[in-house]
Design a protein around this ligand. Structure first.
Ligand code: IPD
Ligand code: CA
Ligand code: CA
Length: 266
C-alpha cells in the first residue's frame, strides 16, 4: 500500500508520540499506588505527546493551521489546511493503566477531513486513511462490518460521567439502543472506537459531547472503510454538534432512528 508524503508525515508523528506515551504508560503503572495517583504525570505525558506531534507536523508543513486539544489553535498562513490532533485520546484509561488509548491526527482541507491516522502504541495498531485511498490497519485493508440488523450487532458508545454530558438524554438513548442490539461496549477512547467501527470490530457507535480532535481522524477512516457517519440528526455537522453516529449504511440509519425515539412515557 502506497502512502502519500503527507500521510507519511502523519504516521511518523503518531509513531514518535506513541513511543513517548508508551514510555510514560510504563511509568504510570508504578505511580498507581500513590494516593494522589498519576494525574499530574499524565497531564505532562499529554503535553509532551502534543508537542512531539506539533513539531513533526509543523516541520513538514509550516504554513498549515494546527488545532490540538492541549494548546491554543494556530491559524496558519495557508487558509486551506489544518491539522486536528488529540495527542492522547483515552486519558482516563491511560491514567488507570488500561491499554486502550491512542494518538489521533487528522488533516482537514477546505473544511473537509482528507486524511487520518489513529495509533494505539499499547497494541501497536496503526489505523490510516486518505480520501479515495481506502482505510488500513497496519497495511491491511479494513472494511466496516456487513451485519444488516441491529439484533446481530455489537455497538460502542461513550457514557457521560461526573460533570460531563446530558445524563438524562443519554439514558433514554441507551434504553432504546440496548433493547435492540446483541451488546454494548464502552471502551473509553472515542478515536479508537471509530477506528474499530472502520475495522468491523464494532458494528456501530454513538456518542455526544465530543470535540473535533476526538472524531476527525475516525470520520475519514469510517468513510474510507465504506461506512457512514453523521451527527445524531443524520446530518454531517459533526464538529458543530459534537455528536457522532457511525456504522455501515443500514446500521448507521437504524442507530440514528433508534437514538432519536421519543422519551418513553412509562
Ligand atoms: C475522551 C475519550 C472518551 C470520550 C470522551 C472524550 P480524552 O477523550 O475519547 O472515550 O467518551 O468524551 O473526551 O479526554 O481521553 O482525550
Ligand atoms: Ca479525546
Ligand atoms: Ca485527549
Amino acid at each position: 500500500m502506497a502512502r502519500s508524503a503527507l500521510l507519511n508525515v502523519m504516521v511518523q508523528a503518531a509513531l514518535k508520540a506513541g513511543k513517548s506515551l508508551s514510555r510514560d504508560f510504563g511509568e504510570v503503572q508504578n505511580l498507581q499506588v500513590s494516593v494522589k495517583g498519576p494525574g499530574d504525570f499524565v497531564s505532562q505525558a499529554d503535553f509532551k505527546a502534543e508537542k512531539i506531534v506539533h513539531d513533526e507536523l509543523m516541520k513538514a508543513r509550516p504554513t498549515y493551521g494546527f488545532m490540538g486539544e492541549e494548546s491554543a489553535e494556530e491559524k496558519g498562513t495557508d487558509g486551506a489546511h489544518r491539522w486536528i490532533v488529540d495527542p492522547l485520546d483515552g486519558t482516563t484509561n491511560f491514567l488507570h493503566g488500561i491499554p486502550q488509548f491512542a494518538v489521533s491526527i487528522a488533516l482537514e482541507r477546505n473544511g473537509e477531513v482528507v486524511a487520518g491516522v489513529i495509533f494505539n502504541p499499547a497494541t501497536d495498531e496503526l489505523f490510516t486513511a486518505e480520501k479515495g485511498g481506502g482505510a488500513f490497519m497496519n497495511d491491511r485493508r479494513i472494511r466496516v462490518a456487513a451485519r444488516r440488523v441491529l439484533s446481530d450487532c455489537v455497538i460502542g458508545s461513550g457514557v457521560p460521567h461526573l460533570g460531563r454530558g446530558n445524563h438524562g438524554k443519554y439514558l433514554v438513548e441507551l434504553r432504546h439502543v440496548m433493547g435492540e442490539v446483541a451488546g454494548i461496549r464502552r471502551f473509553g477512547a472515542a478515536a479508537l472506537d471509530l477506528a474499530y467501527v472502520a475495522a468491523g470490530r464494532l458494528d456501530g457507535f454513538w456518542e455526544s459531547g465530543l470535540s473535533p480532535w476526538d472524531v476527525a481522524a475516525g470520520l475519514i477512516l469510517i468513510r474510507e472503510a465504506g461506512g457512514f457517519v453523521s451527527d445524531m440528526k443524520g446530518t454531517t455537522d459533526i464538529f458543530g454538534s459534537g455528536d457522532v453516529v457511525a456504522g455501515n449504511e443500514l446500521i448507521h440509519k437504524a442507530l440514528v432512528d433508534v437514538a432519536n425515539r421519543p422519551v418513553p412515557t412509562r
